[in-house]
Design a protein around this ligand. Structure first.
Ligand code: NDP
Length: 335
């Protein structure tokens, strides 16, 4: 198995030097174990936080240990009654081409004709569920809400914008980091308006895109985006604090918004979440998302980095994700 290790903790933006690739011979399977060839591995923004040696909601990655993360593949060898050769499974032993562990670490999934397995790392996986939970459970989306989504051309953001519209939002506005992405938000993902946050301050562009204000903000970015949203949130507005990627590679603590008093004046409710506590929403999510995908009411983009024969290319995919090189879900093809 070839896998990627954390060689040194990044300070600020990670570089290739923070990672190392090693190849090991896997031992023969023990009783109860299975071997899985990973078709796709996921790279995700939260992994950047796990590279720091700080206490958080998930333990930091250990130095000189293989990295882990979402992955999907097929069982190629089994010494467990729970899984058979050929089964498609999702699991957390990513950043490698072959995974081997007790069968209880793998979850069998149904292969849907016409849907690539990578969808289980994105729209049919934790990404889609994050958007679903953030909108409904955290921000209490109501019919008629005007919604703003930041990081809107990314995996969670593109799902959130579409789900909001399908659940009755009156207007959906998105922001992203290039004119191509902004064009895609309206032409493909059905946003009513969109802007490029790199072209001018968010504080100037958001009021133009949402002239009647917003009722719900789905925050993937934090920083300038959160501040701009607090300017335009209507009374009783709600915010799902999903992520704050604008600060993930900063070396100094980030200052908060300068307009926090609007939370008081407008009776706003800001609520953060990490998905782990909301996995019980998965059945309702799948019941809705399956038909939406089948009917084409929800579409999903993927940016696929080919790491076949070169698992080290996963590093480039991860660094590219942080720089915004992806549209939709960034996935790595490892087989
Ligand atoms: P994305 O597919 O959205 O990829 C990350 C994107 O972030 C990039 O494509 C880039 O797009 C954008 N970005 C990078 N730097 C900045 C910046 N300084 N300002 C604005 N945008 C930036 O990743 P995910 O969909 O997986 O994750 C989106 C967010 O959701 C992250 O904050 C992540 O941490 C969070 N998350 C939270 C979960 C939870 O349980 N709370 C679960 C899953 C994700 P662009 O070109 O537009 O800059």
């Amino acid at each position: 198995s070839t896998r990627v290790l954390l060689a040194a903790r990044p300070h600020g933006w990670p570089t290739d030097e923070n990672f190392r690739v090693e190849t090991v011979d896997l031992p023969a399977l023990a009783d109860g174990e299975v071997r899985v060839v990973n078709e796709f591995c996921s790279v995700d923004p939260y992994m950047r936080g796990r590279m720091n040696d700080v206490k958080s909601y998930v333990a930091p990655f250990a130095l000189d240990e293989p990295l882990t993360g979402g992955a999907v593949g097929h069982v190629v060898e089994s010494r467990s009654d729970a899984l058979a050769v050929g089964d498609a499974v999702t699991h957390q032993l990513g950043w490698r081409d072959v995974a081997q562990a007790g069968a209880d670490q793998f979850r069998k999934v149904d292969e849907i004709p016409g849907v690539p397995l990578s969808a289980y790392l994105g729209i049919l996986g934790l990404t889609g569920l994050t958007a679903w939970v953030g909108l409904q459970e955290i921000a209490a989306l109501k019919e008629g809400d005007a919604v703003f989504v930041s990081g809107a051309a990314g995996a969670v953001g593109s799902a959130a914008g579409q789900i909001a519209r399908l659940l009755g939002a009156s207007r959906v506005v998105g922001s992203a980091g290039s004119s191509e992405k902004v064009e895609r938000l309206t032409s493909r993902f059905g946003f009513d308006a969109a802007f490029d946050y790199k072209a001018a301050p968010v504080r100037e562009q958001l009021p133009q895109a949402a002239p009647d204000g917003i009722d719900l903000y789905f925050d993937n970015v934090g920083g300038d985006h959160l501040e701009a949203a607090l300017d335009v949130l209507n009374p009783d507005g709600r915010v799902a604090l999903c992520g704050a990627i604008s600060g993930y590679n900063e070396t100094e603590p980030q200052r908060g918004p300068d307009n926090m008093v609007n939370i008081v004046k407008n009776s706003l409710r800001l609520r953060g979440f990490t998905l782990g506590a909301y996995m019980h929403h998965a059945p309702a999510f799948y019941a809705a998302m399956g038909p939406w995908l089948a009917s084409g009411e929800v579409v999903h983009d993927e940016t696929v980095v080919d790491a076949r024969g070169d698992v080290g290319a996963t590093v480039g995919a991860f660094l590219g994700l942080l720089r915004g090189e992806n549209t939709g879900k960034m996935v790595v093809r490892t087989a």
